[in-house]
Design a protein around this ligand. Structure first.
Ligand SMILES: *Cc1c(COP(=O)(O)O)cnc(C)c1O
Length: 245
């Protein structure tokens, strides 16, 4: 079932990439496993998924533990000293993503298990992540969550505030911004999500033009099951797929 879903998903991705003149390898499928069990995650991994996302830290901790045999998240990241979290090197290495809102009091657990935190939207949260990462001798990769639509969620930094926030985060030693993330509002027609994806890409380009950060903001995380095609055409590098898998 999951295998078939992934086959269909990859066909949709291939068609969109062909239309957009892009390579399929430029688009990473991040499988959002909220509400799904460890067995299903293993099935997805068996079918080639390398990136798993949760939107709540508590739920992620549980599955991270259950999937201990699959727990390869620290590979390639700059070392968590605790050997308990170190897994043998393998080609089958899994990356864990946090795509939901993060409260500062959960930052410690988040830094412990996630390779990429998509939802940084305040200096206060960035500072707490930085502090916890420093304690673990880790550099935490994050994305800046941008609110491209006023009505979507309460979370995310306003586009006009993103450059200043990036500049401030740039001064923190144990956190590294790798790109931008947005959640488009729910729409009837996937085409209606396109302006939000365009807004995120344009914001990234504008930040580059302003030269206000030393970060390489290569990652754009946007697009879900119903609207990722438009995101691919607008330059996405990570699509977050839940129901479609
Ligand atoms: C659940 C979730 C997704 C996946 O949504 P689907 O429509 O099921 O593909 C993507 N991003 C975030 C932040 C989510 O919470």
């Amino acid at each position: 079932m999951i295998k078939d879903n992934l086959t269909q998903l990859r066909q949709r991705i291939a068609r969109s990439c062909a239309r957009a003149g892009r390579q399929e390898a430029e688009v990473t499928i991040v499988a959002v496993s909220k509400g799904r069990g460890a067995e299903e995650i293993k099935e997805a991994i068996g079918a080639g998924i390398t990136d798993i996302a949760e939107n709540r830290v508590q739920e992620a901790l549980l599955k991270y533990k259950q999937l201990s045999g699959y727990r390869f998240s620290v590979i390639g990241s700059r070392g968590i000293p605790n050997t308990e979290h170190r897994a043998p090197s393998t080609e089958n290495s899994i990356k864990w993503h946090l795509v939901g809102h993060l409260q500062t009091n959960k930052a410690r657990d988040a830094v412990r298990i996630f390779d990429l935190i998509h939802s940084v939207d305040s200096l206060r949260l960035a500072e707490e992540i930085n502090k916890q990462a420093a304690k673990m001798n880790k550099t935490q990769d994050v994305l800046l969550e941008v609110k491209t639509s006023p009505e979507t969620t309460k979370f995310g930094v306003k586009p006009e505030e993103a450059p200043a926030l990036l500049e401030r985060i740039g001064a923190l030693a144990n956190i590294k911004v790798r790109g931008l993330m947005t959640i488009a509002p729910l729409v009837d027609n996937p085409e209606q999500a396109r302006p939000y994806f365009q807004a995120l890409r344009r914001l990234r380009d504008k930040i580059y033009d302003l030269r206000i950060t030393h970060y390489d903001l290569r990652i754009l995380s946007m697009g879900m099951t119903d609207d990722f095609e438009a995101a691919i055409e607008e330059g996405v590098t990570m699509i977050r797929i839940g129901r479609g898998i």
